[in-house]
Design a binder for this molecule. Structure first.
Ligand code: AMP
Ligand code: GLY
Length: 407
């Protein structure tokens, strides 16, 4: 199969890396890709949101499957344009991607599907959570424990647009559960946890994610049971609304004392969770994505290895406020010689020199027979890498590796 991966971040590098390992993969292409993905196959200068350009590229290359990474092209309908043009796509239509694109729509679907979520509140009073309705790249959610926090949140949320929702504040451990979906059936992947705050101890501003680990032990819960009670009812409700979901349905869950509650849905693979989940996937991911795109996930299975994986994000000095451009990067080969995999997230080539080009620059993933071992390896590899202003959290997976209860 000839595969085209759309996007240019660490998530897309991890997808390309895994898909290229499939025995079914004959050619791996990316648009626009990045210097890391370029090591796996040709990268084409077509923007991830350029539906016409991607359709022309997919036709010219006789691509068998397009895999779309980021949410923005999905919400804009890039998958629809490709499907209309006769190209097989793993990624939801714009109508189904609203599950991420509109918090209000997501709440309606959850309620209609009978899936437990945070209760909506008619009156904003602390403690509560305020969420801007549209896509806000992780910056539209405000957890308010005090009146001052609530006042600030309401000001910021109205600055992001005229629509927001208010809901109860849930307490518990968070978990990301991804499922490959063909519109009807959902196939769960090993659960992950990401680290959203910029600094150690979950302090500082929210970011796109500073690290992740997988699997997260589910305690008494079963993955299939979770997917059957969260993802599958949502698939049924979306199909009933003529918006069948074909792609990766990502449930952000809070494991509360009363059971799992949905915090949010995303319509695509998570970043950086994907970089921690895929190293532990042993089955044929490409086969499963192609089957889902064909509407026939049927008997596809995904085998998970016994190993744990930890991903550490190497970020620019001022991320998330600002990125860094043009600082030379050293040490990737040394980090990989240590057994880690280094995914490119914000890099560029200047001449033949690899330089920084963004906020999150690289993602270092390592596996081990325990979470603790994976963690030690990931950090040892991260220490090998250097660029001006390099910064990373030092506590990714620390509590879980020390045996603190995770769910
Ligand atoms: P979201 O983009 O909806 O996942 O929200 C981002 C983060 O805000 C989540 O990962 C949670 O840490 C937090 N959050 C969202 N909704 C709630 C809630 N109802 N109660 C507590 N924390 C929440
Ligand atoms: N890691 C959070 C996200 O991808 O939205």
């Amino acid at each position: 199969m000839k595969v085209l991966v759309v996007g240019s971040g660490g998530r897309e590098h991890a997808l390309a890396w895994k898909l290229a390992q499939s025995p079914r993969s004959t050619e791996l292409h990316a648009a626009p890709g990045n210097p890391g993905i370029a090591g796996l196959g040709p990268c084409h200068p077509v923007h991830a949101e350029d539906a016409e350009g991607l359709l022309a590229l997919a036709r010219a290359l006789a691509i068998d499957l397009v895999v779309i990474g980021p949410e923005v092209p999905l919400v804009l309908g890039v998958a629809d344009a490709l499907r209309l043009g006769g190209v097989a796509v793993f990624g939801p239509s714009a109508a189904a991607a609203r599950i991420e694109g509109s918090k209000r729509f997501a709440k309606e679907v959850l309620q209609a599907a009978g899936v437990p979520t945070a209760e909506g509140l008619a009156v904003a009073r602390p403690p509560c959570v305020v969420k801007a309705d549209g896509l806000a790249a992780g910056k539209g959610v405000f957890v308010c424990r005090t009146q001052n926090e609530l006042d600030a949140a309401l000001r910021s949320a109205s600055g992001l647009g005229d629509d927001f929702v208010v809901e109860e504040l849930l307490e518990g451990d968070e978990l990301s559960v991804f499922a490959i979906c063909d519109g009807v059936t959902a196939l769960g992947l090993p659960p992950a946890r990401d680290f959203k705050r910029a600094f150690d101890g979950d302090s500082g501003p929210n970011t796109g994610g500073m690290g992740a680990f997988s699997p997260v032990p589910l305690g008494r819960l079963e993955l299939a049971e979770l997917v059957g009670s969260v993802h599958e009812p949502v698939l049924r409700e979306l199909a009933r609304r003529d918006a069948p979901f074909i792609g990766l349905l990502y449930a952000g869950l809070m494991l509360t004392e009363a059971g799992p509650r949905v915090l949010e849905f995303n319509c695509r693979f998570g970043d950086p969770e994907t970089q921690a989940i895929l190293p532990g996937v042993e089955g044929d991911l490409l086969g499963a994505l192609a089957a889902a795109a064909a509407g026939d996930l049927g008997h596809a299975t995904i085998a998970a290895s016994d190993e744990a994986a930890v991903t550490v994000v190497l970020a620019a000095r001022d991320y998330p406020a600002a990125g860094d451009i043009g600082s030379p990067i050293a040490g990737i080969a040394e980090a990989e010689a240590d057994g880690a995999v280094v995914f490119h997230a914000g890099t560029a080539l200047r001449g033949n020199r690899l330089v920084t080009n963004g906020g999150r620059i690289l993602n270092v993933s390592a596996t081990g027979s325990t979470l603790g071992e994976a963690r030690v390896r990931a950090y040892a590899a991260a220490e090998r890498i250097d660029f001006d202003g390099i910064r990373f959290r030092t506590d990714v997976a620390l509590e879980a590796a020390n045996g603190a209860p995770v769910g």
